[in-house]
Write a protein that binds this ligand. Structure first.
Ligand code: GLA
Length: 392
């Protein structure tokens, strides 16, 4: 365990870059904000700057954990107070077939986070995606029936949640179970078990760790129809004592989508039920959306340089737009404290973000707070400056 403890006060490989970038960032922000910035930097990191307000988290890649990439681990420990595994706890990775568990990277994440006093999030127990092909069938290939699939779900949740009981603070119990048109997503879970598959997942997770905070997590949470359906489910769960404690808004957003007023309405609605709100997978896509109705039909779905304009870096104006987008998100979240418990970035730095390959493979995206050299970007300093205003 100790070999992966990061001493926050010790010099680390990213520190020089960091200080250099602080100077550059401070210059960019202008005189008025320098004092606040200096104080926040003194406090060492974004997580520290938002301490007592909400956790600042990052999703950690399996590669970072398996190879123990030192500069990335140092950055995680310095800047973040919460960790989520990007992939290594998903069913397909941690249990590629029913007989085999692969706990290695997940154990490393939990050891690292525990050693560094971080708020750990498990992701994710029940999802339609990234599952092994035979999850829904018996050894002969026949589909499982309701009871058999419930038993498999229970055993999986009991083993995984139980293994990290007392160390993982919150779980994304069910991921993406609701569709965009006001109803349950058609998935094998729904088809085989029925609509109560979700409440069973929460009950199993609660039995495995009664102290863990249990979340429902989804994307496009600004969508009013999705919100309306989910609110109905939540009211019913709360009335009947189904153990759910919070909602995860993934937060895969862009510079000009979604409608942030609708996003905020969702936050307010979940908070009004007494539920915690977690932003679980924040990133801001800066590239042209090839699926938008205004995109050239010829560019949809395929790589072209026209839809990969920032291969050499972000122009000043886009860097600033990104910073302002992050600021807006955080300002909204600050309006809703104390319901908001955490904001997690989906990835550590731009070089390893999934957004470089989605929805088009091989583009150069810049969605996070740290660039490809692990240097903090303008958006980072914008958030530091925002945090400093909360303390003045
Ligand atoms: C969803 C999932 C995440 C991740 C992202 C894309 O949001 O919840 O685990 O797979 O998609 O990387």
């Amino acid at each position: 365990m100790n070999d992966i403890f990061i001493d926050r006060t010790a010099p680390d490989p990213t520190r020089r870059h960091f200080l250099w970038s602080c100077a550059a960032g401070a210059a960019a922000l202008g005189l008025a904000r320098r004092n606040a910035l200096a104080q926040a930097v003194e406090a060492s990191g974004l997580g520290a700057a938002f301490k007592g307000i909400f956790h600042i988290g990052a999703a950690v890649s399996t590669f970072t954990l398996e190879r123990q990439i030192e500069p990335e681990l140092a950055l995680l420990a310095r800047e973040f107070t919460s960790l989520t595994p990007e992939n290594c706890m998903k069913w397909q990775e941690i249990r590629p077939n029913n007989a085999e568990w692969r706990f290695g990277p997940a154990d490393k994440l939990v050891e690292f986070g525990t050693a560094n006093g971080m708020y750990l999030v498990g992701h994710t127990l029940v999802w339609h995606s990234q599952v092994p092909r035979n999850l829904f069938s018996d050894p002969s290939g026949a589909p499982l029936d309701r009871l058999a699939l419930l038993a498999r779900m229970e055993e999986h949740i009991d083993t995984l949640v139980g293994r990290y009981r007392g160390r993982i603070a919150a779980w994304d119990v069910v991921n993406e179970a609701i569709n965009e048109g006001n109803g349950w997503r058609r998935s094998r879970w729904l088809e085989i078990i029925g609509e109560d598959f979700m409440e069973h997942a929460f009950r199993f997770a609660h039995a495995a760790d009664p102290d863990a905070r249990l979340l429902y997590n989804d994307y496009n949470m600004h969508n009013p129809r999705k919100r309306a359906f989910l609110l109905g489910v939540l009211r019913d769960y709360l009335d009947r004592g189904v153990p759910i404690h919070g909602i995860g808004l993934q937060g895969h957003i862009g510079l000009d989508y979604p409608d942030m007023e609708e996003w905020e309405k969702s936050i307010a609605a979940y908070a009004s039920l007494g539920l915690e709100v977690h932003v679980t997978e924040l990133d801001v896509d800066v590239l042209p959306n090839p699926n938008s109705p205004t995109a050239e039909v010829s560019t949809r779905g395929e790589y072209s340089e026209a839809i990969d304009p920032y291969r050499e870096g972000l122009p000043e104006a886009v860097e600033e737009a990104l910073a302002q987008r992050y600021r807006l998100v955080f300002e909204i979240l600050l309006e809703h404290r104390p319901a908001v418990k955490r904001v997690t970035m989906w990835g550590l730095h731009d070089g390893i973000s999934w957004k470089n390959n989605f929805p088009i493979r091989g583009r150069t995206n810049h969605p996070l707070l740290f660039d490809r050299d692990l240097r903090p970007k303008r958006a980072y300093f914008e958030l530091l400056a925002l945090a400093a205003t909360l303390r003045s």
